[in-house]
Structures are given as structure tokens and as C-alpha cells.
Write a protein that binds this ligand. Structure first.
Ligand code: VG1
Ligand code: CO
Length: 599
């Protein structure tokens, strides 16, 4: 097993974004592209005393094109860098939350120092589409900014990478333990066992099983040909006894079905791309009811390519992700993991304030972080009294083996929800949370079903409704997008106190996050304009694209419980959208007169 040091040159643009490094697949397949990034990661880990040498590494991905080849390359490089044990999901598959669960809970005598997850999430896959890679640390969460910054610095100066060319190409299609040269161990294992095992501890599967068995209840789950297929089969069919027909698009495909599929290869669970599911659930692209509703399932959900996202639908009913987060928070004590109550929660800044209203009522801390799951990890890990958790919150009785057990919920407007059972957002978790809530609201089989729509409306009657929408302008030129953001930042200084279309600006700022745990500062996280009636307009540039820029405009308007709760969110926020375009000059700067996607 000779190790060779291959010489290489730095490649520009290897800066990890919101969730890892994403580029066109062909770029990733280019000479030394993957190798440079992987070596830069190992070097950053070694420089911070992470036990790479002699350590255990997890590798898996969402099954997109180039996944399997990348795994073999990483394996050979890991061995050359001193890794002794490599855990690989069978067929190269591991969903993002499952990789997190494997790091945290898989038994085998070794505690992994981290994982490479090969995914560009909801971005289309294929030779002409996107590929991605991210590194998750020993807590199971995405590498924090201080690590990703170090990786990026290394990519700018890299001169050589280590590889063990003679290491055999592993058969990752067959489970088993392989020992190479008497000292390197490679375990290939079923991708679902650890994650599903963990979820079965978090939820009460028996009561969900009873709900699913009801004659007046039916559901469908769309894995969108991403990595979720095998997990969905295991959970719904094998564990919960649902018929095979609940599964839609449950076979992982390298191109998620490709351009000619209903989703056009976008394994992205929203009203625009989850076309098949949305039709089945009897709504249109804006969530309005279509048809009589006859034969429409009572519950529907979908996942993205790497299965960390979720979309929740009821019969002819769309639950916005921000509402879903708040509704789960309000009803959480029916989930065994949370039976001692929720101890804290967090949302990303652009996510609506619906969660805050629940937190206020429950008198628990609610943190507001920048976009991206990496910012939640510190909060979940800290269990820190100074953050507002009281001492009784710190060590729970439910999972006494877990240190700093602080039942914690977090989420984003971008169809991401999760808790501290792992350190990633978790699409399956969110769906099981909803099913558990439905089960608890429907204890008596002889009574008519309390529906998803009813649960949502009941919530609004108590907390009011945060009408909410996001406009995405994809594939904009980088320069005008940057100019727009710069202009907006300058405008912030003078906006406060002014009146715009009859609305008074309460504050305008470029959001900066001061991490309360490690005190790190993340500046420039989005322009946030708040009005005195609580309405908000937020502008951000996406950090997950692979080329050009995507501008995101987030719009929110709050309506009190006594107000009109039954309007279309798209209509309600329309005036805010017009105002946003006016303030930002977006149409003139970018040449766009309408968004690519509205969610
Ligand atoms: C987007 C979402 C963000 C999410 C990120 C990763 O980032 O807005 O909320 O955490 O994708 O999700 P951005 O920078 O493009 O807005 V996933 O499912 O791609 O891992
Ligand atoms: Co994802």
C-alpha cells in the first residue's frame, strides 16, 4: 500500500458555500479537482489536531452521477492520509441526516472523526448538472465556518495530495467488512439501519402505525428519485406497515429522473418541482385547491436529493415550511424524544417569525441564525445555561446516555426542519413528526379524522398567521447581483424611520450573527428590512449555486388571530414584493421582471 504524493496546482473557486462545495459535475471530474478539495480538508483537520491518522471516516452520498467514483477516490486518499477504518453506505448511499446519525450513533468500537457527504442536495444531478461535497465533523454536523475557511485557504496553496493508488477498488454494492493488507478496514453497510434505528427511539412508531392502518387515512411519500427511497421503504412499508403504494419515485437515480421527468430532475420538495406529488394532493403550484378532492390522500410529503428537506401537504392543503416548524414546536410534547418539553429552538433569519410566537408562549429561548444548518450545531451542542436553558433542561431522562441532552428544534423556510437527535436537517424526521402529531390528534378511530388543514388553521387561530413567500431569481449575472446588494446595504443607513407606501421602516440592516457559544462573528448574512407592523423584506444571495448568482427575496406579513387568516399568501405579500423590487431596483439591474421560482 505505497503512498504517493502527487503534485498539483491550486484551483480557483473552491470555497464551500452554505452547504459544502457545489460545482458542475464536469468541473468536479476535471484533473485534481476533487483531490485538491479532499486533501485540503484532511490538511485542515490535521492542523487542528483532528485524529485523522488511525481514525475512522464515514463516506456516502445522495447517489447522483459521479457519486460512486468519488467514493473510490476518497477512499484511496483517506488511506494515504492515515485513516484506518472507512465506513461506506451500501451502493455509496447515505442521506445527509443518515450520515449525521452514523457519525453519532453507529456502533463498531470506533468513533468517526467525520464524514464526507457527496451531494449537491436539490440541485439537479448528471454529467451536465451539479455535483457537491461537504465535510461533517465528529458531532455529526456540517463543518463550521472556521473549518471551511481553513479548507478554502488550503485550496489556494495546495502543492500535492496523497493517494494510495494500489488500494483496491472496493465493492460498495455488497455489505460486508473488508480488511486490506491486514490493517485497513472498510465496512460497507445498509444505509438505513442507523438512521431508522435512531428515529425509532425518537418517535412512537406504534401509534403512527395505528394511524396509518386506519381505513379513513391514506398517505403518499415522494422520494423524488433521490437517496430517500430506501429509507422511505424501510420506514413506511417495513416498519409502519403501509402499502407499497405510498412510495413514489423511491428508486434512487443518478439524474433524479432527468430533464424529461415531471420534476425536470429537480429533486426539490416544493410546489414548483414536486409536480407529481402536488397533483396527487389536489393543489396547484400556489397551493390552492384543484378539483373535488375525491380520492386525494390525507397526507403527502416529499424529500430532496439528499433527503434533508421536507415538504408537508394535507388533502388539498400546503403547509408552508415556516408554519410547519411552528406547528411542530407547538405540538411537540406528543413526540417521546420531547416528552419533557422543548428546551430551546432556533430558526434562520429569513424564516418567518411564526416559531418565535410559539417560543414566547412556551417561555423557551428562540435563536435567530444565518442561513445554513452549520449555525445550529453550536447551539444544540452547548446545553449552556447562559443561553437561557435552565439547569433542569441540561440532562434529560429520556436519553440519559446522551451528554448535554437538550431537546432542541430548529428549522429554515427552505423546507428544512430538524432536531438534536442529529446535527443536520432531517426530511424523514419532519414527516414522522407530522404523523406523530396527526396520531395524537386522532386517538379515537370512530371519530372523523382531524386533518392537516384543521391543525394548521387551529394553530393560526391561537398564534395568528405569518403570511410568507420567497421569490428566487436564479441564474442572474454575479456583477449586477452584487451591485444590488451593495446598493441596498448603503440604503440601509437612511431607510430607518422613513415611510414607504404607507409603511414605516422600523429597522434596516445587513444581518450579522454573533454566535453566543463560541463568540464567532458571521457578517453580511442578508439585508433585513423590518416595518413597524412586523412585516419584513429580506434580500440574500444564495450560497448553494454552481454558477452565476441567485437572488432570494423573502417576504412576510403578520396577521393577528382575530384578523383575516384565510387569504392566499402569494396575494397578501404581493404589495411587499412590489416594494422590494422598487427599493432594490432589481428589475433594472438584473433585467428580470419576474422570479424563476416562488415558494
Ligand atoms: C439554501 C437554503 C438554505 C439551506 C441550504 C442547504 O441555501 O436557502 O436554507 O440551508 O440551501 O440546503 P442558499 O444559500 O442557496 O439560500 V440543502 O437541502 O441544499 O443541503
Ligand atoms: Co438537501
Amino acid at each position: 500500500l505505497a503512498v504517493t504524493n502527487e503534485s498539483t496546482d491550486p484551483i480557483a473557486g473552491q470555497k464551500p458555500g452554505t452547504s459544502g462545495l457545489r460545482k458542475k459535475t464536469k468541473e468536479f471530474m476535471g484533473k485534481n479537482y476533487l483531490e485538491n478539495f479532499v486533501q485540503s480538508t484532511f490538511d485542515a483537520l490535521k492542523a487542528t489536531n483532528v485524529p485523522v491518522e488511525g481514525g475512522t471516516l464515514v463516506v456516502g452520498g445522495d447517489g447522483r452521477y459521479y457519486n460512486k467514483d468519488a467514493i473510490q477516490i476518497i477512499t484511496k486518499m483517506a488511506v494515504a492520509n492515515g485513516v484506518k477504518t472507512i465506513w461506506i453506505g451500501k451502493d455509496g448511499l447515505l442521506s445527509t441526516p443518515a450520515a449525521s446519525a452514523v457519525i453519532r450513533t453507529r456502533e463498531g468500537g470506533f468513533v468517526p472523526f467525520g464524514a464526507f457527504i457527496l451531494s449537491a442536495s436539490h440541485n439537479p444531478g448528471g454529467l451536465d448538472e451539479d455535483f457537491g461535497i461537504k465535510f461533517n465533523c465528529e458531532n455529526g454536523g456540517p463543518a463550521p465556518e472556521k473549518v471551511t475557511n481553513m479548507i478554502f485557504e488550503n485550496t489556494k496553496t495546495i502543492k500535492e495530495y496523497k493517494i494510495c493508488k494500489g488500494f483496491p477498488t472496493m465493492d460498495i454494492g455488497t455489505s460486508g467488512t473488508y480488511v486490506v493488507d491486514g490493517k485497513i478496514r472498510v465496512d460497507v453497510f445498509d444505509c438505513a439501519e442507523d438512521h431508522v434505528g435512531l428515529l425509532m427511539k425518537v418517535f412512537d412508531f406504534d401509534s403512527i402505525k395505528k394511524l396509518i392502518a386506519r381505513k379513513d387515512f391514506s398517505m403518499v411519500y415522494d422520494s423524488m428519485n433521490g437517496v430517500q427511497g430506501p429509507y422511505a421503504r424501510r420506514v413506511f412499508v417495513e416498519e409502519l406497515g403501509a402499502p407499497e403504494s405510498v412510495l413514489m419515485n423511491a428508486v434512487p437515480k443518478e439524474d433524479f429522473g432527468g430533464k424529461n421527468s415531471p420534476s425536470h430532475g429537480h429533486a426539490d420538495p416544493n410546489l414548483t418541482y414536486a409536480v407529481e406529488l402536488v397533483q396527487k394532493m389536489g393543489t396547484n403550484k400556489t397551493g390552492e385547491k384543484v378539483g373535488s378532492g375525491e380520492g386525494v390522500p390525507d397526507f403527502g410529503a416529499a424529500a430532496d436529493g439528499d433527503a434533508d428537506r421536507n415538504m408537508i401537504l394535507g388533502k388539498q392543503w400546503f403547509v408552508s415550511p415556516s408554519d410547519s416548524l411552528a406547528i411542530i414546536a407547538a405540538n411537540i410534547s406528543c413526540i417521546p424524544f420531547f416528552k419533557e418539553g422543548l428546551k430551546g429552538c432556533a430558526r434562520s433569519m429569513p424564516t418567518s417569525g411564526a416559531l418565535d410566537l410559539v417560543a414566547k408562549k412556551k417561555k423557551i429561548p428562540c435563536f435567530v441564525t444565518p442561513t445554513g444548518w452549520k449555525f445550529f450545531g453550536n447551539l444544540m451542542d452547548s446545553g449552556d445555561e447562559k443561553l437561557g436553558f435552565t439547569s433542569e433542561h441540561l440532562h434529560g431522562k429520556y436519553f440519559p446516555e446522551t451528554e448535554n441532552y437538550t431537546p432542541f428544534l430548529c428549522g429554515e423556510e427552505s423546507f428544512g426542519t430538524g432536531a438534536n437527535h442529529v446535527r443536520e436537517k432531517d426530511g424523514m424526521w419532519a414527516v414522522l413528526a407530522w404523523l406523530q402529531i396527526l396520531a395524537s390528534k386522532n386517538p379515537d378511530e370512530s371519530k372523523p379524522l382531524v386533518t392537516v388543514e384543521q391543525i394548521t388553521k387551529d394553530h393560526w387561530k391561537v398564534y395568528g398567521r405569518n403570511y410568507y413567500c420567497r421569490y428566487d431569481y436564479e441564474g442572474v449575472e454575479s456583477e449586477p447581483a452584487n451591485t444590488m446588494m451593495k446598493n441596498l446595504e448603503e440604503k440601509c443607513a437612511t431607510l430607518k424611520g422613513t415611510e414607504l407606501k404607507g409603511m414605516k421602516v422600523e429597522s434596516a440592516e445587513n444581518f450579522e450573527y454573533n454566535d453566543p457559544v463560541d463568540k464567532s462573528v458571521s457578517a453580511n448574512q442578508g439585508i433585513k428590512i423590518v416595518f413597524t407592523d412586523g412585516s419584513r423584506i429580506i434580500f440574500r444571495l444564495s450560497g448553494t449555486g454552481s454558477a452565476g448568482a441567485t437572488i432570494r427575496v423573502y417576504l412576510e406579513k403578520y396577521e393577528k388571530p382575530s384578523g383575516n387568516l384565510d387569504l392566499s399568501q402569494f396575494e397578501v405579500v404581493k404589495p411587499l414584493a412590489d416594494l422590494a423590487l422598487e427599493i432594490s431596483d432589481l428589475p433594472k439591474l438584473t433585467g428580470r421582471d419576474s422570479p424563476t421560482v416562488i415558494t
